[in-house]
Write a protein that binds this ligand. Structure first.
Ligand SMILES: Nc1ncnc2c1ncn2[C@@H]1O[C@H](COP(=O)(O)OP(=O)(O)OP(=O)(O)O)[C@@H](O)[C@H]1O
Ligand SMILES: [Mg+2]
Length: 325
C-alpha cells in the first residue's frame, strides 16, 4: 500500500495565561491510499489537535506546532510554501466538522461556496462548476439538487447541512478527507446514513479518510485501522479487527469493555476509574499510569514509546497485554 500521509514526532503546544502546555505529542501516524483510519479516544485526548495540525488551522491562536514532520505525498506541510499549502488543503486534503452550521456561512446560498471551490481549484466555467456541484449534491443524496443550490443553510435540517459539508469536501475529489466527529450532532438514523456516505466515498472514489470519533463502536465496521489516543498521545494502533480481538494496551482494553453489548446481561457498565491528567499535570511517566491496573515503577518514570507488538500492531506500553488467541 502506498503511503499518503506520514506524521512524525508532531508536537502541538498551547500558550495559556500562566504557562505553556503540550496538547499533542504524536510519535507517528501513517495513512495509506484508499484507507480509512479511525482516531479514537475520550474527550481532550488530542484527536482534533491531530486534525488541526495537518490542516494547520487551530481553534485558538495560542496553539502552534512546536516540531515535527507532516509529509503528504512527499511534501512536508510544515515547511512547504504557503502557496503549496493552500493548494493542498482545499484541493487534496479537505475536512468536515462536527457542527456544519458553524462552517456554512448563513448569508450565502448552499451552492455559492461549492461552485467557488470548484472554480478555484479546477478553473472550469461557472456553468460547468454548477453542473459538478449538482452531481456532488446528488452523490450525497440530497433531493432536487439543482434547486438545493439556491437554498440557504437555515432552510436545511442538520442532516442535510452535514451532507452539504460532505459534498463541499468531496467536490474536488480530495485524496484525503478528515472527518472530525461528523455525526455526533445528528440523530442515530441520520448518523448511520452519513457513515454510509463516507464509506461510499472511500469505496467509489478511493478517498483516504481520517475519521475522528470518541465512539469505538461507530468505527468497528468501517475502519481499516484504528489509532487510539490518550492524553495527547497515540497509545495503540493496529488493524481494526486485531485491535478489537486482542487489544494490547490496558487503556484500549478498558475502552472496549465500556462498549455495551446487547447480548450481555450486566447490571452496570464498567467505568474507567480516575481521570485523564491535564497536559499541565503530566509528569515524566506514562500518562495512563494513574489509572492503569498493570502499573509498575518503570511506568511512573519513563514514557513508553510506541513499539511493535504484532503484525501492523503497535502499543505504547511497558507491560502490554498478552495477545489473545
Ligand atoms: N482552545 C483551546 N485552548 C486551550 N487548550 C486547548 C484548546 N483546545 C484544546 N486544548 C488542549 O488540547 C488538548 C487536546 O484537545 P483536542 O481538542 O484535540 O481533544 P479531542 O480529542 O478532540 O476532544 P473532543 O472529543 O472533546 O473533541 C486538550 O486536553 C486541551 O488541553
Ligand atoms: Mg475534538
Amino acid at each position: 500500500m502506498k503511503q499518503l500521509l506520514n506524521m512524525e514526532d508532531v508536537q502541538v503546544r498551547i500558550k495559556t495565561h500562566t504557562q505553556e502546555i503540550t496538547a499533542l505529542e504524536l510519535e507517528h501516524l501513517t495513512l495509506h491510499e484508499g484507507e480509512l483510519v479511525a482516531l479514537v479516544g475520550e474527550t481532550g485526548s488530542g484527536k482534533s489537535m491531530t486534525a488541526s495540525s495537518i490542516m494547520q488551522l487551530f481553534p485558538t491562536q495560542k496553539a502552534y506546532i512546536g516540531s515535527g514532520r507532516i509529509v503528504f505525498e512527499g511534501t512536508d506541510l510544515l515547511t512547504c510554501s504557503r502557496k503549496q499549502l493552500d493548494h493542498i488543503r482545499g484541493k487534496e486534503i479537505t475536512m468536515i466538522f462536527q457542527d456544519p452550521m458553524s462552517s456554512l456561512n448563513p448569508v450565502f446560498r448552499i451552492g455559492d461556496p461549492i461552485i467557488d471551490v470548484i472554480r478555484t481549484h479546477t478553473g472550469v466555467s461557472t456553468k460547468e462548476a454548477r453542473e459538478r456541484a449538482i452531481q456532488a449534491l446528488k452523490f450525497v443524496g440530497l433531493p432536487d439538487p439543482a434547486r438545493m443550490l439556491n437554498r440557504y443553510p437555515h432552510e436545511l435540517s442538520g442532516g442535510q447541512r452535514q451532507r452539504v459539508m460532505i459534498a463541499m469536501a468531496m467536490v474536488c475529489e480530495p485524496k484525503l478527507l478528515i472527518a472530525d466527529e461528523p455525526t455526533t450532532a445528528l440523530d442515530v438514523t441520520i448518523q448511520s446514513q452519513i457513515l454510509y456516505l463516507i464509506d461510499k466515498l472511500k469505496k467509489e472514489k478511493g478517498t483516504s479518510v481520517l475519521f475522528i470519533t470518541h465512539n469505538l463502536g461507530v468505527v468497528a465496521k468501517m475502519a481499516d485501522r484504528i489509532a487510539v489516543m490518550y492524553a495527547g498521545r497515540i497509545v495503540e494502533t493496529g488493524r481494526t479487527q486485531a485491535v478489537f480481538r486482542s487489544p494490547r494496551h490496558p487503556y484500549t482494553r478498558m475502552l472496549l469493555d465500556a462498549i455495551p453489548r446487547i447480548s450481555e446481561e450486566r447490571d452496570r457498565l464498567p467505568v474507567i476509574s480516575g481521570r485523564v491528567l491535564s497536559p499541565a499535570e503530566v509528569g515524566g511517566g506514562c500518562r495512563f499510569a494513574n489509572r492503569c491496573p498493570r502499573v509498575t515503577d518503570q511506568c511512573r518514570q519513563a514514557v513508553p514509546p510506541l513499539a511493535t507488538v504484532g503484525d501492523w500492531h503497535e502499543a505504547a506500553c511497558f507491560e502490554p497485554l498478552e495477545e489473545a488467541r
